[in-house]
Design a protein around this ligand. Structure first.
Ligand code: IP8
Length: 269
């Protein structure tokens, strides 16, 4: 077994303008590509979210509701197309910074059952990692053995890839600094939690909000529920604000960074 990979998620709200349909944030994408390149991680898997590309289209055709009407078939194609368009911007930036990125489309290598991954083709991913490529996946429309199809969130992918490929760490690049004791927009006494155990996280769950903008996969709450599965298997997870310059770089390097570390075990320090 070679070097354990790091799984990095770039949230859709970081790399797109979530208020404007089909609008990439090219500045953010380019800055992040530069940070990833500078960090020179020896084994890395990237996953990105849907933002204003996947979510509005998926919602329009109710892809998360599963197949009920033939008109949704074209909607599935359009959702996937929207994601490939966003993915192209990401790929172009990564490769222009000399990152040997290869896009892996979940719609062609993952099947879910009632929304949960039951089948994922791992061989190409393992081989890519071995050869030093950086596989890039994203939240996507996928086929589902019960519902016909569904939306697979980048977050479920992150946890599943981290578990199946034996990742050392997960870095969740979000548009907030991390988890707070309460909603900082409503409560002035709210403060950032820099370190939390799974046990403590469970008691915080009711305070973590779902998403405000169109997000068919549940925002921060959905994120937390998904990564729990990886943390339970001792994969340390850190949430950092990827809209702030240098945070993803520091997290990739394992340096001290503003954010929230979630661990399975007892709180240290
Ligand atoms: O933004 C969902 O991925 P996420 C992607 O990671 C689609 O939840 C197609 C809506």
């Amino acid at each position: 077994m070679g070097v354990k990979p790091i799984v990095l998620k770039l949230g859709g709200s970081v790399i797109t303008d979530k208020e404007k349909p089909l609008t990439p944030d090219l500045q953010a994408i380019e800055r992040l590509a530069a940070e990833i390149s500078r960090a020179k991680v020896s084994s890395l898997i990237l996953v990105h979210g849907g933002g204003s590309f996947g979510h509005p289209v998926a919602e329009h055709y109710d892809i998360p509701g599963g197949y009920v009407d033939p008109s949704q078939i074209l909607g599935f194609s359009q959702t996937h197309l929207a994601m490939t368009l966003l993915n192209s911007w990401v790929m172009e930036a990564l490769i222009s910074y000399n990152i040997p990125a290869v896009d892996v489309h979940p719609s062609s290598c993952v099947v879910t059952k009632a929304g949960r991954i039951v089948n994922m083709e791992l061989k190409p991913l393992k081989k890519m990692l071995k050869m030093g490529f950086v596989p890039v996946l994203y939240g996507d429309a996928v086929l589902d053995s019960e519902k016909g199809f569904d939306i697979l969130s980048g977050d479920q992918l992150v946890a599943s890839l981290a578990i199946k490929l034996g990742a050392s760490r997960i870095i969740m690049g979000a548009d907030v600094d991390g988890l707070y004791t309460s909603d900082p927009k409503k409560d002035s006494s709210a403060h950032l939690i820099d370190h939390v155990t799974l046990e403590e996280l469970k008691s915080l769950k009711h305070k973590i909000e779902g998403s405000k903008a169109t997000d068919v996969t549940g925002g921060m709450l959905g994120k937390m529920l998904e990564v729990t599965f990886a943390i339970e298997r001792d994969i340390e997870t850190v949430i950092v604000n990827a809209t702030e310059s240098g945070r993803v770089y520091k997290a990739l390097k394992g340096e001290k960074v503003i954010g929230t570390i979630i661990e399975k075990g007892e709180k240290v320090g």
